[in-house]
Design a protein around this ligand. Structure first.
Ligand SMILES: [Zn+2]
Length: 184
């Protein structure tokens, strides 16, 4: 779905998308499959003729992930809000629809991030695909229950909650692995 930015009234415009309205289904399917999703989009022209727009968006859905602790599959609850500034692209390479999407990840610390657009349109499917892809956790973990166990598999991870990254920090004795070695 393409939104013609020039047709957005001065007071802004709001859209809602979900699996039934279907505009984003094909774009999001590589990330969420057939999961339900609820997305909001609000676009506000910042000043006349500047070509800049404020974009507030949110999406609630589930991502299929593997628990970083136990490796079991679980549905990661994604519920994120985003704020971006849309700016007309001055010089965009032919194959880059959104320049520097990696800046999205700094969003929460540094305020709205700038997303460039080409022509007069915003491709909503591509826009939300980028947001969801970048909101995907790098170390997915289901929440812990009150006992400190994985809420999905009930395995305890209390003592090893940071084991996935401690290996990179703690020096490993070259012969440490021999200690537990048993010869058959
Ligand atoms: Zn688990």
């Amino acid at each position: 779905m393409l939104i013609n930015l020039q047709e957005i009234p001065a007071e802004g415009k709001t859209w809602k998308f979900d699996r039934k309205t279907a505009e984003l289904n094909d774009f999001l399917s590589p990330l969420i499959g057939k999961q339900e999703y609820f997305a909001d989009l609000h676009i506000l022209p910042l000043s006349s003729n500047s070509g800049a727009y404020e974009v507030r968006s949110s999406i609630k859905t589930q991502l299929k992930e593997q628990c970083s602790r136990c490796g079991d599959d679980f549905n990661y609850q994604l519920n994120e809000k985003f704020q971006n500034i849309l700016m007309p692209s001055l010089d965009t390479p032919r194959d880059a629809k959104f320049a520097k999407p990696n800046h999205f990840s700094d969003l929460h610390e540094e305020g709205p991030d700038v997303v460039e657009y080409e022509g007069n349109t915003l491709n909503v499917g591509e826009f939300f695909y980028e947001l969801v892809a970048l909101a995907e956790p790098t170390i997915p973990m289901p929440p812990a229950d009150e006992k400190g166990n994985c809420s999905i598999c009930k395995k305890t991870f209390k003592d090893q909650a940071v084991s996935y990254d401690s290996g990179a920090i703690e020096p490993v004795h070259p012969f440490a692995s021999l200690k537990g070695l048993k010869l058959n």
